[in-house]
Design a protein around this ligand. Sequence first.
Ligand code: NAD
Ligand code: TYD
Length: 352
Amino acid sequence: MNSKRVLISGGAGFIGSHVVRLFVNKYPEVEVINLDALTYAGNLENLADIDNLPNYKFEKGDITDEEYINDLFKKYDFDGVIHLAAESHVDRSITDPLSFIKTNIVGTVNLLNAARNHWNGEYENKLFYHISTDEVYGSLGETGLFTEDTSYDPRSPYSASKASSDHLVRAYFHTYGMPVVISNCSNNYGPNQFPEKLIPLVINNIKNMKPIPVYGKGDNIRDWLYVVDHARAIDVIFNEGKHGDTYNIGGINEWTNIDLIRVMCRVMDRKLNREAGASESLITFVKDRAGHDRRYAIDSSKLMNELDWKPSLQFEEGIEKTIDWYLENEKWMKNVIDGTYEKYYNRQYEER
Ligand code: NAD
Ligand code: TYD
């Protein structure tokens, strides 16, 4: 690891918290600063197990605040940035596109500018790593995979805002010579995901015997990756990725939504000692998402061949682990649903 002080933006979110944990535990000599605005999706309870470690610090702040971000670079003299902070839910982007433009585009440019101002052309051992999504490539038909050379074709305000930020990060590489790297990952699942996303939503609804809303016919396809495997890929790319390059990260694990939900129903019937079929009876087909992308599937052979990464978990094991985590962490889910988690910051930080 070349970096001494790494800024991880969005570290209180789902994926960010797994990345922060991995870096704080694996690199005790590196100072990890988690910058997060603690929007509805940011939850410091995700990091309660590591927040007393000496190489971890939390800073509450907004990536769109220019003065604040410049001051933060002066305060910490970061040499590495791993940028995950974003508005991340497609359904929210359909009802409120502007907040996606502000955070995902303006916020990213703001971080790029602060890094550029602070590093001032001295780029040795510096790196700006931008975390993106496979959704920038658009929607696939029945066959084919997204590669790093697939043309961008975003179709939701979320994916359009992420595509735009990817282009801007590349522009800073070509125009200013800033060392950057980008990765585009498929759908993640695992502990600590906010229950507006499909998998935790389904677990929570099954547990509470509530209807499971399936958009359209349930035949849309996603490629699911266990979140810890994404964090492992981020570690490898941050340390060994070629500057200026893009890496696709995927699970080699395609499921139609309805098949995925049926598997989850069967696992949960078993874990909750329910009669076979009890959970499946909750499946309810609802109005489709506007502009719903049909299929995402990733070719991660570049990452696997060049940097020797591969997913560590089979899906069957990953989904069992995930369901077990949610069943064992009822309080986490309860706090998220009733909003208690938002008070954690005050308890944990302001009243200290
Ligand atoms: P998340 O919504 O769980 O977390 C986002 C975090 O960013 C939250 O902690 C939130 O408080 C913070 N944040 C939002 N706006 C901010 C702002 N203006 N300033 C500072 N912090 C702010 O998202 P996630 O699922 O963990 O995704 C993290 C990143 O990974 C995103 O960039 C997303 O596009 C990308 N990604 C996600 C997936 C997925 O399946 N979830 C897949 C591929 C890529
Ligand atoms: P989601 O978890 O929102 O991720 P993304 O849209 O970024 O892929 O949704 C995953 C898939 O599940 C997507 O095809 C939409 C579908 N979906 C439902 O059918 N019902 C739901 O309640 C949700 C949230 C998603």
